[in-house]
Design a protein around this ligand. Structure first.
Ligand code: ACO
Length: 326
């Protein structure tokens, strides 16, 4: 049986930087509070003419180039996003068209911050069964379009960004060794956008009530996130029969530096084995892990043969872990 690996990565970040000092001018917050409570110093914000699909196409082209794969060779495109270009059609359709990727299967996947790992897990099934050879997974979020810049508890956390991975068959000594993904809908109302869907279609009243923006019970999510990330990371390591000491690099979803620190302490992972860029990009939801991956691949931080653990937690609530040999 073949294994599924990542053949190329690419990222696209908007140019505009929003610093904590910029936010101090918009809401009652401070650089000190944001830095100490989250680890974030700045994040990116998309320009009005940028969309989830335009940045996705940029990231995808870089990933395809690194993989040495032509768009027509793709037989699966998954766009993980909770901030699509529009409700209909799927952003993956627009990406497919702009890439010139023929008529391959292309769909959106909504699992918030865990979405890239959900996407990798889906692709793993398609590649292992031979249903797909080359697949493109994109983590793409323009959450600034759903942020209430009057709500200090959310607007300081999220940033915009996109990153992609081209996946395909690799020698079975590398690739995905174990993966696990979960959802617990009992916490569905802990992080949500109340209006704009079938439950509360858009009206003048929903807009006036600011119901099209993200609402989050951050404090309660924090505890669930730490517990879930620890458990699922342990489970994939157990499945692959490896220990935390064997892991060369841990790439956690960049939700909050304090969440990362708590999880690493519980898993016994030292800081030098943990990647973090939250200070520069904030929480980019499903783009968070692939942006980190791309930075690590391009900077040489990830080397052939390295054991990489990736774990994420997000709205839904969703969580998951992928362990792979590079
Ligand atoms: N600046 C200053 N003060 C603030 C700010 C701010 N930006 N935000 C909140 N506060 C205040 C609160 O009002 C509160 O004040 P009070 O004590 O007077 O009531 C105080 O700070 C503490 O608030 P908490 O919400 O308890 O702050 P906490 O330390 O928990 O940090 C945070 C908040 C950063 C949101 C944290 O809870 C967190 O990161 N939670 C996890 C989020 C997460 O993982 N989400 C899932 C992934 S995202 C996705 O899926 C899209």
């Amino acid at each position: 049986m073949v294994a599924t690996g990542i053949l190329g990565t690419g990222a696209a970040l908007p140019e505009k930087v929003i610093t904590n000092f910029d936010l101090e001018k918009m809401v009652d917050t401070s650089d000190k509070w944001i830095t100490e409570r989250t680890g974030i110093k700045e994040r990116r914000q998309a320009a009005p003419n940028e969309t989830t699909s335009t940045l996705s196409v940029k990231a995808a082209k870089k990933a395809l180039e690194m993989a040495g794969i032509e768009p027509e060779q793709l037989d699966l495109i998954i766009c993980s996003t909770i901030s699509p270009d529009m409700p209909l059609p799927a952003t993956a359709s627009i990406i497919q068209r702009e890439l010139g990727a023929g008529t391959c299967c292309a769909f959106d996947l909504a699992a918030a911050c865990s979405g890239f790992l959900f996407g990798m897990t889906v692709v793993d099934q398609f590649v292992k069964t031979g249903k797909s050879k080359y697949a493109l997974v994109i983590g793409a979020e323009l959450l600034s379009r759903y942020l209430d810049y009057q709500d200090r508890s959310t607007c300081v956390i999220f940033g915009d960004g996109v990153a992609a991975g081209v996946m395909g068959p690799v020698n079975s000594s590398s690739g995905i060794l174990a993966s696990e993904v979960h959802t617990n809908g009992a916490f569905a109302d802990h992080l949500y956008i109340p209006a704009g869907g079938t439950a509360r279609p858009a009206t003048c009243e929903t807009v006036q009530a600011r119901e099209h923006f993200i609402k989050m019970r951050g404090n309660e999510l924090f505890k669930v996130a730490v517990r879930s990330l620890e458990e699922v990371s342990r489970r994939v390591m157990e499945q692959a029969n490896v220990h935390a000491g064997d892991v060369d690099l841990f790439i956690p979803h960049q939700a909050n530096q304090r969440i990362t620190n708590a999880v690493c302490e519980r898993l016994g992972l030292p800081a030098e084995k943990v990647y973090s860029n939250i200070n520069r990009v904030g929480n980019t939801s499903s783009a968070s892990i692939p942006i980190c991956l791309d930075e690590c691949v391009r900077s040489g931080r990830i080397k052939k043969g390295d054991l990489i653990l990736m774990s994420a937690f997000g709205a839904g609530v969703t969580w998951g872990s992928v362990l792979m040999r590079w």
